[in-house]
Design a protein. Structure first.
Length: 400
């Protein structure tokens, strides 16, 4: 029996993880859960999985949860940022699912790695912001990081592990559906609403990553994530638009073979693969997911990315080539821009413009400690916020 903690249990990744665990109760036990403030969504999860420990980042939510639980549960509930970190390092938890959205997930993801756990990584922003610092920490402590972002998990499956060195692998291609605006007229982008941007054609995800998928910033972050995880340069990682999301990644080997990962667009699949890796190298967990049907998909189409429609991708490649400080800044500015868009304070076509304007002014010296990562993240957010409020986007795309 393997003990699992889920960071971000009430979110989309949390829900997919729980679906997998529900089908394999004889192999995995949920011992700890964390979320931000949605205590109402946490209640039925506690009732079903009976964890020992629950952390709510929001203290009031923790209090509300405690009050609601007194009748039927012995679970310990704590509130605050430290409680979330304590969930990531809960003594009994061997496997930590890092499913918190955004940079907010860095402290807990870092803590899990520092404490030598097996980390199933969905929280790409934590890796993009801290880069090799997180990976070096894993090397030092002996923690294992297994990707559950679908494309990276697909690369792992195609390459038979995390090693994608030049003697074996020539190039990696990540696919992108192109999001909901792949064919929408560019001159209507300013009027795109948050609900339209969050209506993803092939995946059902949280709001932040859905907006990132519509701008293709998600793929940009994933290119950086892939470069870090598989230790390859920007030139070795390609992106193709593939509208049906049937092929998740392609790995080209040095002998010319290209291995593709094909499967349903369901996050249970990569999560189950990574959980199975915790049981043994050749283990597969049977899953009750909709089976992939070639006849239903019909044809597999691939297109090059149009840089005018998706300027976020070239910006991300430029950040990756520039170094870790720029990757951190790209992520921080994007989080500010997406949050402003979701609040209705920034139009869709200005999201990437704000990120670009921030990057042109930000300090992009590479951080050398975790403290510096947090400090730099705060500085970049303040800069983006200032540019946003001043509407000083003269260097942005909108003014070109
Ligand atoms: P959601 O918005 O659906 O869920 C986010 C989760 O994180 C919620 O449980 C939320 O709690 C919790 N949370 C947010 N902030 C904190 C905090 N400070 N402390 C503790 N918990 C917190 O996001 P997704 O599940 O879509 O995405 C999560 C991560 O996984 C992101 O990094 C994303 O890029 C990545 N990912 C997601 C995929 C998907 O299919 N959804 C696919 C690949 C990667 P509450 O509900 O209380 O707000
Ligand atoms: Mg992905």
């Amino acid at each position: 029996m393997r003990n699992v903690a889920i960071l971000g249990a009430t979110g989309s990744i949390g829900e997919s993880t729980l679906k997998v665990l529900r089908q394999h109760r004889d192999k995995f036990r949920v011992v700890a859960l964390a979320a931000h403030s949605n205590w109402q969504a946490m209640l039925p999860i506690i009732a079903e999985f009976a964890p020992q420990y629950v952390a709510m980042h929001d203290e009031n939510a923790a209090e509300a949860l405690r009050t609601a639980l007194t009748r039927f549960s012995k679970v310990k509930v704590s509130g605050g940022a430290k409680a979330v970190t304590a969930c990531a390092t809960f003594a009994e938890a061997e496997i930590i699912v890092a499913g918190i959205a955004g940079f907010a997930g860095l402290p807990s993801t870092w803590a899990a790695v520092a404490n030598e756990r097996t980390v199933l990584l969905a929280n790409k922003e934590a890796l993009v912001a801290s880069g090799n610092l997180l990976l070096s920490l894993a090397e030092k402590t002996g923690a294992t990081i297994l990707p559950i972002d679908s494309e990276h998990n697909a690369v792992y499956q195609c390459a038979n592990g995390m090693s994608c060195d030049r003697t074996k692998v020539r190039a990696i291609t990540l696919t992108a559906s192109g999001g909901p605006f792949r064919t929408r007229a560019l001159d209507t982008f300013a009027s795109i609403t948050p609900d339209e941007a969050c209506a993803h054609p092939t995946w059902d995800m949280g709001r932040k990553i859905s907006v990132d998928s519509a701008t293709l910033m998600n793929k940009g972050l994933e290119v950086i994530e892939a470069a870090l995880l598989f230790r390859r340069s920007a030139d070795d990682i390609h992106v193709l638009i593939h509208p049906t999301s049937s092929v998740h990644a392609l790995v080209e080997l040095v002998d010319g073979s290209v291995i593709a990962h094909i499967g349903p667009s369901d996050m249970q699949v990569p999560i189950a693969h990574a959980l199975a890796q915790c049981l043994g190298e050749d283990v597969r967990l049977p899953l009750d997911v909709e089976r992939f049907s070639f006849s239903r998909v019909g044809r597999l189409e691939f297109f090059d990315v149009d840089p005018l429609r998706y300027p976020a991708l070239n910006l991300s490649y430029a950040a990756l080539r520039s170094g870790q400080g720029a990757c951190l800044a790209l992520n921080a500015a994007n989080e500010v821009a997406v949050a402003a868009f979701l609040r209705g304070e920034l139009s869709f076509d200005r999201i990437v413009a704000l990120v670009e304007a921030t990057l042109s002014k930000a300090n992009t010296r590479p951080p050398s400690t975790l403290e510096e990562v947090f400090e730099r993240d705060r500085e970049v957010r303040a800069l983006s916020q200032q540019l946003l409020t001043e509407n000083a986007l003269l260097v942005g795309r909108g003014a070109e």
